[in-house]
Design a protein around this ligand. Structure first.
Ligand SMILES: [Zn+2]
Length: 106
């Protein structure tokens, strides 16, 4: 079947139940006291597993997450800005492509 072959050639993150829900870069935004402006990461992002402990100030804000189904890695960054009219939280989740992807086909 051509359709199956096409699927087989897709990168794993496009067929993964979790990763297919995530774009290459996902961001969230929340502003204290302004719930209308809130934008959350997709629910699938919550299923990713941090690669290490996230209990320190720095590691909570910047760490790597891994998909428990296919192993695709993501970098997670949280920035926090204080403003007089309400502080802002912004999360960025960036997919990390395997370093050897593409080079194997060359
Ligand atoms: Zn995945």
């Amino acid at each position: 079947m051509m359709v199956e072959r096409w699927l087989m050639e897709q990168p794993v993150y496009l067929t993964c139940e979790i990763c297919s829900q995530l774009r290459d870069v996902e961001t969230s935004f929340s502003k204290y006291g302004w719930p209308d402006m809130d934008r959350s990461l997709p629910p699938a992002a919550a299923r990713l597993v941090p690669e290490g402990p996230t209990d320190s100030y720095e590691s909570e804000r910047h760490h790597f997450r891994r998909c428990p189904l296919c192993g695709t890695r993501y970098q997670y960054d949280l920035t926090y800005d204080y403003y007089v009219n309400g502080s802002e939280d912004e999360e960025t989740l960036t997919r990390i492509f395997p370093p050897d992807e593409g080079s194997q086909a060359a």
